[in-house]
Design a protein around this ligand. Structure first.
Ligand code: COS
Length: 400
């Protein structure tokens, strides 16, 4: 029988009955899915189709545009990503990218943009992508050089390249961030929705990574975009990108948590089954201490992740102070949960001995799967920067 994702943490006061039911239903569904993941692109398409058909993607968009709830609910995103990542990190990736690639439209799209894209994202009929990073602008997102020049009739010419773009080469559209005022730094960036079929867009340069998932470099060669491609305010793109990332950072933490919980479950099973020196591996105090350390690391990441999601859902981000508190909480959750998950998976692999490094074993693939989470959507170092700045700001204006 397949190992089922644990659910005891859903009794914590962060969650309500709807969250508990969602987690139970998703776990039953996810445990039954059999997707051949040898070809990452084909597998991702299949996951998007299944997640759409089963209704899970409806949690990525608001109810007015085909979604499940009036507003995006962070705790729901956390439960979905944690549970999916427990069973299949690629399923989690497919889910997350539908959310990240549509998040800026949810936050800032016109009614026409929302109607055109969001219901199709929720149904799994359109594959979404978020294009922020560039060769020379990863953590320093404001240093991007892709340009968008506005013509007299409102049309836009997009020129430059984006890289490390998830769903690159298979997305139906991209939310692209580009400089509309080269001299204005982060205040000179605007977002645009770029359909994949736009002439001049080349997304054929795929990037292979250690835990295969669809990634590509996008080249925009004087792409002509219609006036209604602009997403949100002119020069408001950087803040829009940051607000979008804020929502999903806590959910990256949740994905890490799902992988760590799976590794811990595998370690417990293995320790109980493995005979060693006339006992079981689990009977050694060294093993018990290791398992104790692992469960504490998992729980520490979990508490910070659930706190961040709860803050956004129940305290809100309307006030300036609330928004700052949430940004810091999401950064802390992302950093701690991904770093802790890496350690937990490494310890679980060590416990498995030679079996842990055998290609094709679950623990070996988790070891590769977890690594990128400490880098994407704001590397650990960026989260540290966000936290440090936030602390200094609070110290210099204590009444804020
Ligand atoms: N929500 C809303 N606005 C935000 C914000 C947030 N979370 N974070 C920053 N801003 C605003 C700031 O308030 C500031 O506004 P003003 O121009 O009105 O002062 C503006 O954005 C610039 O902020 P800041 O000066 O902090 O920007 P920096 O260039 O120093 O960048 C970091 C800050 C490093 C935090 C940012 O570049 C970042 O998050 N980088 C990582 C990007 C990333 O995640 N890349 C991965 C791509 S997706 S896989």
């Amino acid at each position: 029988m397949a190992t089922l994702a644990p659910t005891a943490h859903l009794q914590l006061p962060f969650f309500d009955a709807a969250h508990q039911q969602l987690a139970a239903d998703l776990s039953v569904w996810a445990a039954k899915q059999q997707v051949d993941e040898q070809d990452d692109r084909q597998a991702c398409r299949e996951w998007v189709r299944r997640l759409g058909q089963a209704g899970w993607l409806r949690h990525c968009v608001p109810a007015a545009f085909g979604g499940a709830r009036a507003q995006l609910d962070s705790r729901t995103l956390v439960i979905l990503r944690e549970t999916l990542a427990f069973y299949s990190p690629l399923a989690d990736f497919a889910f997350a990218m539908q959310g990240l690639g549509s998040g800026a439209i949810t936050l800032a799209g016109t009614a026409a943009q929302k109607s055109r894209y969001l219901p199709a994202v929720a149904g799994g009929e359109l594959i979404a992508a978020f294009a922020l990073s560039e060769e020379q602008a990863g953590s320093d997102a404001g240093a991007m050089s892709t340009s968008a020049t506005l013509g007299p009739s409102g049309t836009v010419t997009l020129h430059g390249s984006k890289t490390w773009i998830s769903n690159g080469g298979m997305a139906d559209y991209y939310c692209v961030f580009a400089k509309t005022d080269a001299q204005a730094g982060t205040r000179g960036i605007t977002a645009f929705i770029v359909d994949a079929a736009t002439p001049g867009l080349d997304a054929s340069e795929h990037i292979a990574v250690m835990a295969p998932h669809p990634l590509a470099t996008l080249h925009f060669d004087q792409c002509q975009l219609p006036a209604d491609a602009q997403l949100g305010e002119l020069h408001g793109g950087f803040k829009l990108a940051m607000r979008t990332l804020d929502i999903f950072r806590a959910s990256v933490a949740a994905a890490a948590l799902g992988m760590a919980r799976r590794a811990l479950a595998l370690a417990v099973d293995y320790a109980q089954a493995r005979p060693m020196f006339g006992q079981r591996l689990a009977d050694f105090q060294l093993t018990q201490a290791k398992l104790g350390e692992m469960v504490a690391l998992v729980d520490a990441g979990a508490m910070l992740t659930y706190r961040a999601a709860w803050l956004r859902d129940c305290v809100g981000t309307e006030g300036a102070q609330q928004a700052r508190d949430y940004t810091a909480a999401a950064a802390m959750a992302k950093m701690v949960a991904t770093e802790n998950a890496q350690r937990v998976i490494d310890m679980a692999l060590q416990m498995h001995g030679g079996m842990g490094v055998r290609v094709g074993s679950k623990i070996e693939s988790l070891y590769r799967d977890i690594r990128a989470l400490r880098i994407y959507e704001g590397a650990t170092e960026v989260q540290l920067l966000i936290l440090g700045k936030s602390l200094l700001r609070a110290a210099s204006s204590p009444t804020q």
